[in-house]
Write a protein that binds this ligand. Structure first.
Ligand code: PAF
Length: 282
């Protein structure tokens, strides 16, 4: 696996692969890689000849109250995992490479509406930071396909919307959430949980799964299902941000046109904010 830190260097390397008619799959990450990321890399290997992974902790998507400085940077261990997984190229730009004049004067890309709800409501500006950097990374890598985890369901929906609206020629693939044996969705943030919190954490999955069963059994009183789930989480010791049953494509309230429901939850255990989601055919 080659590690390249400059945009020019990565472009030169990718030009060689493109002229050899190789297809390119891209997995953007912020590092601190776990099995969930490796699942994305494995999927990428099945989708294209060359797999490019980026590790860039994007300051633009962190809020003022979110701890950018303490975000775990584990490059050496990440590289080992990517080599084992079979990735071909690792792009590791520094902040100045992506935002050479700083973040303030840099052009921003914003997807309206779908970013104002759910996680966007409690993390203002977060998704603008995500779409700005993902669009830039797409322009640098120019992949045929890009793989994102379904755990970040809203992020995936926002990126799909950006790609559709701007006719960006990248096929977006959502990969199923990787879970621990107790069904906790794998996340870099799980490392922040203390032992007691780690035992409680899979309750988020269990509560969302109970809501899914309720809907599968025909309950269409979504507000009441959401409220039951919120109460269950609060009683278990979570500080609930939201539990919401939405249309899986628009992330708005389900309508008669909805083809897939998504049940999304975000809640804090101590200081750690966990998110998860489950889908169900309408
Ligand atoms: O999901 C992430 O790790 C980040 O939001 C992404 C997509 C790499 C953009 O910085």
């Amino acid at each position: 696996m080659k590690t390249i830190a400059s945009i020019a260097g990565l472009r030169a390397e990718l030009a060689l692969h493109r002229s050899a008619k190789k297809s390119i799959a891209f997995v953007p990450t912020m590092g601190n890689l776990h099995e969930g990321h490796i699942k994305l890399v494995r999927r990428a290997l099945t989708e294209a000849d060359i797999v490019v992974v980026s590790i860039f902790v994007n300051p633009l998507q962190f809020g003022a109250n979110e701890d950018l400085d303490n975000y775990p940077r584990t490059l050496a261990a990440d590289k080992d995992k990517l080599i084992d997984a079979g990735a071909h190229l690792l792009f590791t730009p520094v902040v100045d490479e992506i935002y050479p004049e700083g973040m303030e004067p840099h052009a921003k890309l914003s997807v309206p509406m779908i970013t104002n709800t759910l996680c966007g409501a409690s993390r203002p500006g977060h998704f603008d930071g995500v779409t700005t950097v993902v669009n830039k990374l797409f322009n640098i890598v120019q992949p045929n396909v890009a793989i994102f985890g379904k755990k970040d369901f809203q992020q995936l929906a926002v990126i799909r919307k950006m790609v559709d609206d701007f006719c960006i020629p990248v096929h977006i693939i959502g990969e199923e959430t990787a879970r621990a044996s107790d069904k906790l969705a794998l996340s870099s943030r799980n490392g922040y949980l203390n032992a007691d919190e780690r035992v409680l954490a899979p309750t988020l999955f269990k509560v969302l799964d109970a809501a899914r069963t309720e809907i599968a059994n025909g309950n269409r009183d979504f507000v009441s299902v959401e409220n039951t789930s919120k109460n269950q989480l609060t009683q278990a010791g979570f500080e609930v941000d939201y539990v919401a049953i939405r249309d899986g494509r628009t992330l708005m309230a389900p309508t008669e046109k909805t083809k897939e429901y998504v049940i999304l939850g975000a809640a804090k255990l101590g200081t750690t904010r966990l998110i998860d989601n489950l889908t169900l055919k309408a």
